[in-house]
Design a protein around this ligand. Structure first.
Ligand code: DOR
Length: 433
């Protein structure tokens, strides 16, 4: 961890779950917030560094429930360190690293290895463990061992747990351990061989499709299993109107489900695949406009819990293949906040609820992330200019990969500074190490 100093965040507007107020913020060298209030300049006289925040929002750091950091095994595409740089440039002070690495994160030894890499990175890295051994869906992974190391979220992401009996057992086990299962909802037998959404565009393009029902059937099943076991289920990257409706109905009836949406599912449609550009290939696939509208409306109603990036870096070589051969996935960490601010009809506080305090609770890290910006709290903070306009370019950002579909798109809202445990890891839009 780099040396910390006393920091003065000057002239911003603090926005957190308690409201909005003009305030300066002083951060102490021990990594906690020391003072919050207007006109703190005199008190900040001893600060080692001033971070200008005029015109900016000073918020709790963002928390991503869904990042593929690719280590071990996929270092050509991303490492925990490069992924953490991308995360902090995007305003995230914590990310949950997915376990679909090579080998999978399905044991205490693998968890330790990635936790170690996380400690040397720029943000807090929470490791998600696999639900089943090698994510093969057959035998339960040793969740107890992994939970003992602090793992709070388990998923076979990249695949759904196909067998209802195994999922039921996993939920009972998770419930006993006090951890949460997250599901990649996709019924393999319906999705197999598909490369985009099954509908008008897949027919026109001659690309085999994946029906919306491949996702929705597993959402329905897991709502039922959550009811049966009493254990919470978190649904990852929901993408269809049907999934949203099922989740809303389940919540109304008191079932303990939570759900996230990825930025590409509220900003892009399956029509993008007409370019055969593999940057638009992702799983779950981009859906038609009606689904995008339904997802956006649910975010506006507040019935979904989080925006999670599904940051999925792939090398240029891997993506430079015919559409049906290229791997699914797109970058997300550096553009998520801007896409939410640009595309959704939400106030900054509503966008931050979905990107910070609500996901912090789901990740089980709300003791250190997403809490109010007040004296005594850990200084995990994101300072962004809500009116700055920028355009991602093909040179890419801090990720080791370049597979973003947003090159050339005008975005509003840009991260200026990110603090992680009191360290200014991004200053004026530049990563500091
Ligand atoms: O598009 C995707 N890419 N969806 C997934 O579920 C996995 C991810 C990846 O790991 O590349």
């Amino acid at each position: 961890m780099a040396e910390r100093s006393r920091l003065f965040i000057a002239g911003g507007t603090v926005v957190d779950a308690t409201g909005e107020r003009r305030a300066d913020v002083i951060v102490g060298p021990e990594g906690t917030i020391v003072a919050v209030g207007e006109g703190l300049a005199a008190e900040a006289a001893g600060a080692d560094r001033t971070l200008e925040a005029g015109g900016c929002i000073v918020a709790p750091g963002l928390v991503d429930l869904h990042a593929h950091l690719r280590q071990p095994g996929g270092e050509q595409a991303e490492t925990v360190l490069t992924g953490s740089r991308a995360a902090t440039l995007g305003g995230f002070s914590a990310v949950v690293a997915m376990p679909n690495t090579s080998p999978s994160i399905d044991s205490a030894a693998m968890v330790r290895e990635v936790q170690e890499l996380g400690r040397a990175s720029l943000c807090q890295v929470e490791v998600a463990g696999a639900i089943t051994v090698a994510r093969a869906g057959e035998r339960l992974a040793p969740m107890g061992e992994m939970a003992a190391l602090g793992v709070r979220l388990f998923t076979d992401d990249g695949k759904g747990v196909q067998d209802a009996g195994i999922m039921r057992k996993a939920l009972q086990y998770a419930s006993d351990l006090g951890v949460r299962l997250a599901q990649h909802c996709e019924v393999d037998s319906l999705a197999v061989g598909g490369h985009m959404h099954e509908g008008e565009w897949s027919s026109r393009l001659g690309i085999p499709g994946i029906p919306a029902e491949a996702e929705e059937i597993m959402v329905m099943r897991d709502v039922a299993l959550s009811r049966l076991t009493g254990a919470p289920v978190h649904f990852q990257h929901l993408s269809t109107a049907g999934s949203v409706a099922i989740v809303e109905a389940a919540r109304r009836s008191g079932v303990r489900v939570t759900a996230e949406v990825a930025p590409h599912h509220f900003t892009l449609t399956d029509e993008s695949c007409a370019s055969y550009d593999t940057r638009f290939k992702v799983n779950p696939p981009l859906r038609p406009a009606d689904d995008v509208t339904a997802v956006r409306a649910a975010l506006a109603r507040g019935t979904l819990d989080a925006i999670a990036t599904d940051h999925a870096p792939h090398t240029a070589d891997a993506k430079d293949l015919p559409f049906e051969e290229a791997p699914p996935g797109m970058l997300g960490l550096e553009t998520a906040l801007s896409l939410a601010l640009t595309e959704l009809d939400l106030s900054p506080a509503e966008a931050l609820a979905l990107l910070s305090w609500r996901p912090a609770r789901i990740a089980g890290i709300d003791d250190s992330h997403g809490g109010p910006v007040e004296a005594g709290r850990p200084a995990n903070l994101c300072v962004f200019d809500p009116s700055a306009v920028w355009t991602p370019d093909s040179g890419g950002g801090a990720s080791r990969s370049r597979n973003t579909p947003y090159v050339g798109r005008r975005l509003r809202g840009r991260v200026r500074h990110t603090l992680v445990a009191g360290e200014a890891v991004v200053v004026d839009g530049e990563v500091q190490r």
